[in-house]
Write a protein that binds this ligand. Structure first.
Ligand code: UTP
Length: 304
């Protein structure tokens, strides 16, 4: 893939029901993590792998605020500059200058359907898919997935992470075998950095039926063939058109690999508790915010 231009897809057209009533009028993907909306972290992460020069956001017509956020607003910028707030004007400019385009999903029919809505924007190259409510602050997950793909002839690669046995029924779980590790590092099976050859995938299995303890995290590097399969993909779990079901069909035709990642490498924002925890983690990591954050928490919350 070296030297080629690639695109990343960010599905952001879901209903955000786990975050109602906040998401009645504000898209979940625009909720702030410190001073930036979640989806801006995802866009910045999506541009990090080599060759990625454009991000296609799958949006809903009910969420025009997302497109507004990524549009240039020179009047607003100039007003800020006139008031001497040039740093803030630069921050506003940066959001409007990111290489983002939009495709629309008319109805939230599932993740597989959302990805398929970008088919006209794709040029037959492999592409990344990054869920719009989860981000990786160090931006290295997709970069590492790209390395694994390059080591395996450009095959599809997904990120997976260990999950406790009693929680496998909440996630998509892979079947497969460990075939090596990222950069040849020595690590035990199911540990961060191992690479698996995927032989199957099951959505939300019962614990006794789970083929492994590795769940699909929400970062995918996919062969363009997946678009042809999505075109004919019927509904699956929850009555939704599932990306996982189309990936199971892709396995009949092509190799697929999984990179085991540390679940703490990423930040979830899909529920109020996960979003609040993500803000806390990001504030504690940020030298400019840390002290003010701890002070603002007051005496009620003790941080070790
Ligand atoms: P989620 O399942 O976490 O988002 O999908 P959701 O459906 O909006 O949330 P809940 O479960 O109702 O609370 C992960 C990502 O995929 C997008 C969502 O916007 C989110 O960023 N998505 C999901 C779509 O774009 N279209 C869909 O049909 C479903």
């Amino acid at each position: 893939m070296k030297g080629h231009s690639m695109k990343s897809i960010i599905p952001a057209a879901g209903l955000g029901t786990r975050f109602l009533p906040a998401t009645k009028c504000s898209p979940k993907e625009l909720l702030p993590v410190l001073d930036k909306p979640v989806i801006q972290y995802v866009v910045e992460e999506a541009l990090e792998p080599e060759g990625v020069d454009e991000v296609v956001i799958i949006n809903s017509h009910e969420k025009p605020q997302i497109e507004a956020y990524f549009s240039e607003d020179l009047d607003f910028e100039n007003m800020l500059r006139e008031r001497g707030k040039s740093e803030l004007a630069d921050a506003v400019h940066e959001a409007g200058a990111l290489p983002v385009s939009f495709a629309y999903q008319d109805e939230a029919l599932g993740l597989g359907h959302a990805v398929y809505c970008a088919k006209d924007e794709m040029d037959g190259d492999p592409f990344f898919v990054l869920l719009g409510d989860y981000f990786v602050p160090d931006r290295q997950m997709c970069v590492n997935m790209q390395k694994v793909s390059q080591e395996h002839g450009g095959a599809s690669v997904i990120a997976v992470a260990p999950v406790p046995a009693d929680q496998v029924n909440r996630y998509g779980i892979i079947a497969g075998e460990c075939v090596g590790s990222l950069d040849g590092a020595e690590v035990a099976d199911e540990e961060e950095g191992t690479v698996w050859k995927v032989t199957g995938m099951v959505e939300k299995p019962a614990p006794e039926e789970a083929p492994s303890h590795l769940f699909i995290v929400g970062r995918y590097l996919l062969s363009p063939r997946i678009m042809d399969l999505l075109a004919t993909q019927g509904t699956g779990a929850g009555g939704e058109i599932q990306l996982t079901d189309a990936m199971v069909r892709l396995l009949d035709e092509e190799n697929m690999y999984a990179l085991v990642v540390d679940p703490d490498q990423g930040c979830d924002t899909g529920t109020p508790a996960a979003w609040a925890a993500t803000n806390a983690r990001m504030a504690l990591r940020n030298p400019a915010q840390r002290a003010a954050f701890i002070e603002a928490l007051g005496k009620e919350v003790k941080l070790g």
